[in-house]
Write a protein that binds this ligand. Sequence first.
Ligand code: BGC
Length: 350
Amino acid sequence: MKKMLLALFALVLLFSATAAFAADILVGVAMPTQSLQRWNEDGANMKKILEGKGYKVDLQYAENNVSVQISQLENMITKGVKVMIIASIDGSALSDVLAKAAEAKIPVIAYDRLIRQSPNVDYYATFDNFKVGVIQGKFIEEKLGLKDGKGPFNIEFFGGSPDDNNAFFFNGGAMSILQPYLDSGKLVCHSGQTKMEQIGILAWKSEDAQARMDNLISRSYTDKKLDAVLSPNDSLAYGISASLENNGYIPGKDWPIITGQDCDRANVKNMIAGKQSMSVFKDTRALASKVAEMVDDILQGKQPEVNDTKTYDNGMKVVPSYLLEPVFADVNNYKELLIDSGYYKEEDLK
Ligand code: BGC
């Protein structure tokens, strides 16, 4: 009993010591935009978890404006943050401000998106981005029966924002599955646009994806139907399905397969309504907890845990990374994944 009490006392002491240690420490969190649901969740989770550990948090959103993000980071340096967590807008535009952070000895964690062209990125935490694309590519492969030799099918491709390193990983993963079928003619892309420089949508804008889909349909699909659209994420899938709807495609009838990623509320609703075939769930709570652990370790002089030291070369160095698992989601498993886990409430999806 006495031993147990002592152990409890020691634990309380340890906890209050950690909290007191954290209490004076300001952590900077820079998020790209509030216009997409996921970054609001990411920011809110990050703030909640860090504050729960006793840190003070400076959370900033830059509305997809690169120079705004740079000045937010400069401000954080001036305010004396002890660590910076950054989900970049343009991954290659932060070299100068990160040089300033390095001068001030502020460690930097790249959040979800790799920061490129800077030696001053200490760690990277994300989901396995290549695997996200593989999940999407495999879904199309399976739904169309490509492995069983079925086809040819008509497909169009969309890519993410060209200034976001993730966009190339998503595309690489999906094309690792789909390219052989394009080569063999079992998948046909009538626009001929399959390369990232032709299919990328700057800033991941739904409305631009919608406009491109409108264009593709009027140029190449007035006399034939689309069977599949590879969309790397939900914001693009949202625009693509709006276009399909305006162009007369009907869910459950001739609606093509459309992929996505993030399980944004509007897209889960679209899955339920038959307007999006799948998404990829990346639990932002898990990413935020992982990054908060990294912050603790860095500030206590420990090496944060990483599980990938090869994949993410940012042009200057290979950034030690922690990759979380992305999970396939569709209308059959969304309840278990999203509602039972407390990520959403049932009424959020009504
Ligand atoms: C993220 C995706 C997100 C996209 C648009 C990417 O960097 O990994 O989850 O859909 O940005 O915000």
